[in-house]
Write a protein that binds this ligand. Structure first.
Ligand code: BGC
Length: 486
């Protein structure tokens, strides 16, 4: 087996708007995430770090230099970026009417969008953001960088989600984010708008980044560090359902409104980005741990993909799809899967007196762990890629894979071990993986943990914004340049 990767393989890094853009230029201060990380109560409770995204790496202005790092420093040919919904529409646009069809359970089934609506949206969009994103994407094109664009990498405009009200008084909250049809409808409008505006410069689209993390960390988490900080298995499933519906509608409308983009998978390529993790019982001899781990694997890894690909919505999590859980009309498509893979987790059954889905604990990592306490488990990459391809039969990209490593002494080992696993997956298992995006280009705002977590291939000086390479840069460059393992 040679050490090469397939011809035309995409090598890149992934970044997301909220995590890197601020630090230079206009802030994005009209989203739920902005409100969440600035909330005094959250800071006092230690749910968020208190760090300010305004001290971020400043990609909003420094994108040109960052693309240079990508091209020259890393020899990459692609980048995965996202758009910040709240920058485009900081104020409500729900008065721009669309015709919506609901299914018999009252969930969004179809949204009708016309060119006239998109033009109305354009008039109301924040033109600074519209122009700046065009500059960013055009710059990528000029530097011959294949552009993968994520439409939703987490922040929601505040007019659709008030996370503090939801946290403290959900019953009376009126802006409930992904719990509401309204968010699904508005996200569909937003997706159509982005495809309409930027189809000529986008190569690949990702609809939603990690639906499961949005639902789990926001709605099923005892530590509840994501907005809106709930711990309720029912809400977890409702959000998973709406995200699967939203993916379908987004897919359909991006396909409709992007008339020009092209990738090697064909015209206008649109996929979903799940995070897949390996879950294993803490004690393989304890049937309760075995059962809990099976349920978590099913609920976290499979459930959302079964919904998107088959229209199976197992709302009672009994592993069976009863007739009223079959929703084939919600299946709209998914051209590829973007897999985010980081780690393996051991699951311990803990009776919390809650529904089965909540009766578990993720055990702290033992042995080979990252700064974040995540286990380094490269074979898991091969496991999840095989699972995803064999079950859902779509081409794959690795859309995120990386390590929190402040000292920078483990990242290279992590990268190389995952590269080996990837190479075997492609060559021995014949799984069509078409690209790899390392998480991430430079140190950034790691959500609730702020700046204390370091995933970047480049360090960033908070004041001067100067980027300095970690030792992994040279190795990743070599792999990318040679399209082969060293
Ligand atoms: C997310 C990133 C995040 C990374 C590391 C992924 O779940 O997509 O936004 O920074 O993991 O935690």
């Amino acid at each position: 087996m040679g050490k090469e990767f397939p011809e035309g393989f995409l090598w890149g890094t992934a970044i997301s708007s909220f995590q890197v853009e601020m630090g230079r230029g206009e802030p994005s201060d009209k989203t739920d995430w902005w409100a969440w990380v600035h909330d005094k109560g959250n800071i006092e409770e230690g749910i968020v770090s208190g760090d300010n995204p305004l001290e971020g790496p400043g990609f909003w202005e420094l994108y040109g230099e960052d693309f240079k790092l990508l091209k020259e420093g890393l020899c990459n040919n692609s980048i995965r970026v996202s758009v910040d919904w709240g920058r485009f529409f900081p104020e409500p646009i729900d008065d721009i009417p669309v015709h919506v069809k609901l299914d018999d359970e009252g969930h969004v089934c179809d949204v009708e969008i016309t060119e006239e609506i998109l033009q109305q949206m354009d008039k109301r969009a924040n033109q600074n953001a519209v122009k700046r994103y065009r500059k960013i994407f055009t710059e990528a094109k000029q530097q011959d960088i294949t552009l993968m664009l994520t439409l939703f990498h987490w922040p929601i405009p505040l007019w659709l989600h008030d996370p503090i009200k939801c946290k403290t008084d959900m019953e009376n909250a009126t802006k409930r984010g992904w719990l509401d049809n309204k968010t699904v409808i508005e996200f569909t409008k937003f997706s159509a708008y982005i495809a309409y505006k930027y189809g000529d410069v986008v190569d690949l689209y990702c609809t939603i980044n990690e639906p499961r993390i949005i639902s789990e960390h926001g709605y099923l988490s005892t530590w509840s560090e994501f907005p809106p900080g709930k711990n309720d298995p029912d809400l977890y499933l409702l959000v998973m359902r709406n995200l699967a519906i939203a993916h379908g509608l987004c897919y359909e409308h991006v396909k409709k409104w992007d008339k020009t983009s092209f990738s090697k998978l064909g015209p206008c390529t649109v996929g979903l980005v799940p995070v897949l993790q390996v879950f294993a019982p803490h004690d393989p001899n304890d049937p309760r741990d075995v059962e809990a781990s099976k349920l978590i694997d099913y609920a976290f890894n499979e459930w959302g993909l079964n919904a998107v690909f088959h229209g199976d919505y197992d709302m009672n999590l009994d592993y069976l799809i009863e007739p009223d859980e079959q929703k084939p009309y919600r299946v709209r498509g998914c051209d590829y899967l973007g897999i985010n893979y980081y780690s393996r987790w051991k699951i311990k059954y803990v009776d919390k007196g809650m529904k089965p889905l909540a009766n578990f604990k993720l055990m702290p990592c033992e042995g080979d762990c990252t700064d974040y306490g995540w286990e380094i488990y490269p074979d898991g990459l091969r496991e999840v890629l095989n699972f995803a391809y064999k079950r859902y039969r779509r081409p794959l990209y690795i859309t995120e894979n990386g390590i929190a490593d402040e000292k920078g002494d483990t990242r290279t080992r992590y990268l190389l071990a995952h590269m080996e696993a990837l190479h075997k997956t492609i060559h021995l298992d014949k799984v069509p993986v078409l690209g790899y995006y390392h998480w991430t280009l430079m140190d950034n705002f790691e959500w609730s943990d702020g700046f204390k977590i370091h995933f970047g291939l480049y360090r960033v000086d908070k004041t001067s914004k100067k980027r300095s390479p970690t030792s992994t840069v040279a190795i990743y460059k070599k792999i990318s340049e040679n399209n082969a393992l060293p």
